[in-house]
Design a binder for this molecule. Structure first.
Ligand code: EPU
Length: 356
């Protein structure tokens, strides 16, 4: 375990480049050190923030009054069960490198999840998904340290309560588990998954390979500013800032009616929407934001809407407070235009002391 440091700025550890200092900051490279750091903090009654890639975090300008543990554990173990490759990865492994490796090895199951920033251990939290795949499809189990019962546990996928951008780790058991490793079941020689309309169109007619799907997804994401690049200020974001709202079928009809009435939809065009389990309908938050009158590139106090994707908010030299003010303005416009409430997707950190 590296030596704990005090008063470490968190801005440098988030893709948004925002956030005040952590009271204490430590980096851990082994599971034992990770568990030890969390145990000590728990015993002392200190708050703990586990930091992976910092790509889904909005940290308060006042910082985090507790211990930040940056998870830098590494390791990959592979075993075979027939044509299934069982791959166990340490929580601190970079996600995108795992996708590249899987594709190179001919292992199907994560090829559509290329270009997603962050670490493996964070992916089960919000059931990371894109272009028709989500980690829930391939997670077999999650190895955790249980802070409540002070034991190691292997949580099987069936107990992860995976849903759209949701899991037991984010929901019922929030804060209880420290993810140490994730075990995935990938299909050796399996076909790539091509379920997302936009991906299908971009791939064209030729039978797709895993590598072609990965490369195409990377190109699609890049065009939307969704591949984090420290040299490209337009990617200084947390990806999608809001989840896509899930509404009743009746509400979806009403939203489309309003869009048509305000001239946002031409005759013959329809609103993007997807049926989900139980007859509900998922709407495209980015589409709603744009149609509600939020222009791409709109910037106030250094916080802006991405120039290429209305669902990403970009830090253009502002503060967390200005970013959240922009988020609230976007939410208000969508509420006013469509009667739909947009929920923030990234995790908020350091806001429980009543200031931001
Ligand atoms: N759209 C607009 N204007 C925009 C952006 C999108 O009209 O500025 C329309 C698009 O034309 C399309 C629809 O909205 O008809 C959906 O857009 P897109 O395909 O870009 O996907 P999304 O729903 O905005 C979701 C995920 C992304 C993921 C993509 C691809 C959420 C919150 N976001 O975005 O995940 O990469 O699908 O599968 O579910 C993330 O979670 O951080 C993330 C980037």
């Amino acid at each position: 375990m590296g030596a704990p440091r005090t008063n470490v700025s968190l801005a440098a550890h988030t893709t948004l480049g925002l956030g005040g200092p952590a009271r204490t900051f430590v980096e851990v490279e082994t599971d034992d050190a990770l568990v030890e750091a969390v145990r000590e903090a728990d015993a002392a009654g200190a708050s703990v923030l586990l930091l992976g890639g910092g790509s889904n975090l909005v940290v308060a300008d006042a910082g985090f009054d507790g211990l930040v543990v940056r998870v830098a554990t590494r390791g990959r173990a592979v075993s075979s069960e027939g044509d299934v490759a069982v791959v166990r990865l340490a929580a601190g492994e970079p996600w995108d490198a795992f996708v590249a490796w899987s594709v190179a090895e001919g292992l199907a199951g994560v090829e559509c999840l290329a270009g997603i920033p962050g670490t493996v251990g964070a992916t089960p939290m919000q059931n990371v998904g894109a272009y028709g795949q989500e980690v829930a499809d391939v997670v077999r189990s999650v190895s955790v340290w249980d802070r409540r019962d002070r034991v190691h546990r292997e949580v099987p996928a069936s107990e992860c309560a995976f849903g759209y951008r949701d899991s037991v780790f984010k929901g019922a058991a929030r804060g209880r588990y420290v993810v140490l490793a994730v075990t995935f079941a990938l299909r050796r020689g399996g076909p790539p998954s091509v379920r997302y309309g936009e991906l299908q169109r971009a791939l064209g007619e030729a039978p797709p390979t895993l590598a072609a799907v990965r490369t195409t997804v990377l190109a699609l994401r890049r065009a939307k500013g969704m591949v984090w690049d420290p040299n490209d200020p337009e990617t200084r974001s947390a990806g999608s800032f809001f989840t896509n709202p899930v509404v009743t079928a009746t509400q979806a009809v009403e939203v489309e009616r309003r869009a048509r009435a305000m001239g946002a939809l031409r005759d013959g065009d329809s609103m993007p929407q997807w049926r989900v389990d139980g007859g509900s309908v998922k709407l495209a938050a980015g589409w709603l934001v744009e149609r509600a009158g939020v222009a791409k590139g709109w910037t106030v106090d250094g916080a802006g809407v991405s120039r290429v994707h209305a669902l990403a908010l970009v830090n253009r030299g502002g503060t967390t407070a200005s970013l959240l003010a922009m988020a609230a303005a976007v939410q208000a416009k969508v509420r006013e235009a469509f009667g739909v409430e947009l929920a923030m997707e990234p995790e908020r950190v350091g806001f429980d002391r009543g200031h931001s």
